[in-house]
Write a protein that binds this ligand. Structure first.
Ligand code: GTP
Ligand code: MG
Length: 265
């Protein structure tokens, strides 16, 4: 860039380089999806096609950035876990969050048009996403973060499923269903679903109960302590080519993590 007397304004810019050697999680969240879902007539409480749109958009992001180890999402949100030693955008926070929000928005639109050709997006109601980045210092806090999101998915889904079944199957109004559920705990809701609606919550689809996990699966031999330059190149190549799985499984218990030690290396 040419020098000019105006260039001094650059000094006002500030950059936050996310702490090295920490696990970065970037969470994107749909803006105003309560209204967005009402406008496009999403099924309640879960619209499987809308979830497909979210999941495919997130998969496209995972494929785009080999530094993403895994992602977890439900409803209108997705969390992406980056490698601890990731140097993407020199770990600059603003670059990371603005890029992720922007990719999520454009991939969502592309996947929406594929999934819902009969519901063209209108300019007044476009899907946009915000994003934030948080760094976690160790394996335990990363696991607790993802447990927190999956518990949230479970609590919301159990409530919403019971709420809508009381309306559909028992003819309650929204207000009546809300009053009926007020003060109930999980076991009460399971019981209400079973006795009043004839539904066993365990038999509900896993994608609704557990959300979606997208994970980069690579073989463990790619994980070498203090790799040489040659090994680093080989590992980077393997990472790019790694298979990406889409699962609807428990990530709160240990199995998911112990089967994939590279996630929290
Ligand atoms: P901000 O994120 O603060 O902009 O608000 P928001 O309206 O997006 O709400 P929030 O992110 O807290 O929650 C997402 C909302 O999206 C839910 O409360 C639902 O109203 C809606 N939503 C997400 N997925 C579905 C779905 O599958 N079906 C229906 N009917 N609604 C959904
Ligand atoms: Mg939202």
């Amino acid at each position: 860039m040419a020098n000019s007397r105006f260039e001094y304004v650059k000094q006002f810019e500030r950059e936050n380089f996310l702490l090295p050697e920490t696990h970065i999680v970037i969470r994107v969240d749909g803006k105003g999806f309560h209204k967005f879902s009402a406008h496009y007539g999403f099924d309640k409480p879960n619209d499987i096609r809308a979830l497909n749109v979210m999941n495919r958009a997130a998969q496209a992001i995972v494929a785009q950035f080999p530094d993403i180890q895994m992602a977890y999402g439900d409803s209108d949100e997705y969390s992406f876990l980056l490698r601890r030693t990731c140097e993407l955008f020199e770990r600059r926070e603003m670059k990371l969050v603005s890029t992720f929000a922007s990719f999520m928005s454009v991939y969502y639109v592309m996947e929406w048009n594929r999934e819902f050709p009969e519901k063209p997006l209108v300019i007044e109601r476009l899907p946009t996403f915000d994003a934030r980045a948080v760094v976690y210092p160790n394996a335990q806090t990363v696991r607790d973060y993802f447990s927190w999101r999956q518990v949230d998915c479970h609590i919301n889904n159990l409530y919403n499923t019971t709420f809508w079944k009381l309306i559909e199957k028992c003819g309650m109004t929204g207000q009546e269903a809300e009053n009926y559920l007020s003060g109930t705990v999980s076991s009460d809701k399971n019981e209400i679903l079973f006795s009043k609606c004839g539904i066993n919550y365990n038999n509900e689809p896993e994608i609704f109960k557990k959300g979606t996990v997208i994970v980069r699966e690579y073989k463990e031999e790619n994980h070498v302590e203090s790799p040489s330059e040659r090994q680093k190149q080989r590992i980077a190549k393997a990472r790019k080519k790694a298979q990406i799985s889409v699962l609807h499984v428990d990530i709160i218990k240990g199995d998911f993590w112990s089967q994939r030690p590279w996630l929290l290396e």
